[in-house]
Design a binder for this molecule. Sequence first.
Ligand code: PEP
Ligand code: MN
Length: 296
Amino acid sequence: MDLHLRYNQPKQTVAAGEVIFGSPEVIVMAGPCAVESRDSYLACARSLMEMGVRVLRGGAFKPRTSPYSFAGLGREGLKILAEAREATGLAVVTEVLDPRDVELVAAHADILQIGSRNMQNFALLHEVGQCGHPVMLKRGMAATCEEWLLAAEHIRASGNERIILCERGIRTFETQTRTTLDLSAVPALKELAPYPVVVDPSHSSGKSELVGAMARAAVAVGADGLLVEVHPDPAHALCDGRQSLDPAGFSELLQELRRVAKAVGRLIRDEKRGAHSPGKETQLLKIKQGVANDDY
Ligand code: PEP
Ligand code: MN
């Protein structure tokens, strides 16, 4: 492991608004792959907020393997994300593809996502390193943990320590899944690095019927958060419908995840307490104090 990586650093929490990654709470981030239209995104965001989701996801700038696939709504998508944030009180995570867009994306979102295909886009890493926002750095699909941590180091060395690592699957010889979710990376990285580690069971499996099992496993191995694709109508999604859960399926999964979290001494926020519910301050205080308890 490279000497520039810091050993034995105390664990670091990363706050995005009221949400604290690396606390006893497992942070659930969810939403469609891409922002497709204002009305559908806002409706989806509201229903996710009611379920207890903490962070909304949705791509405005989409990296697509084929240049002919839907590449997102761009600026219009960012405006919709900002409106959803306003309407729900939830934080927003979205991908930034181009160093020239970092400021623009940061003006509309709370967490900047660096996608798998850009994990070693050093110009982009340096740019988000100079931005004060938390950065969710996805693992390159052919990157070792060491390369991933060195990519994080580029962000840190540029001045930003607010880093969240996201395991999203790596290329192996297996073809049953889109990539192979490397769940061992979660405890391994928690040993090596001070950053919170979250898991994306959607892009890794590529199949909605596998997402629940991998999400439950991720919570069991100690993930600090989950990034799940949820679409109101997966069959007609413009992007990644095959791996997207519908809201009913996701709501069911959340109930299971709460039970798994509790069994491993963590918690996932209850759906009855939305972002604007009473008792929010108390809940926040408990999280800040590192208290995981059942009545949260
Ligand atoms: C995404 O989360 O929207 C995405 C494109 O994921 P990845 O970079 O992991 O493929
Ligand atoms: Mn996607």
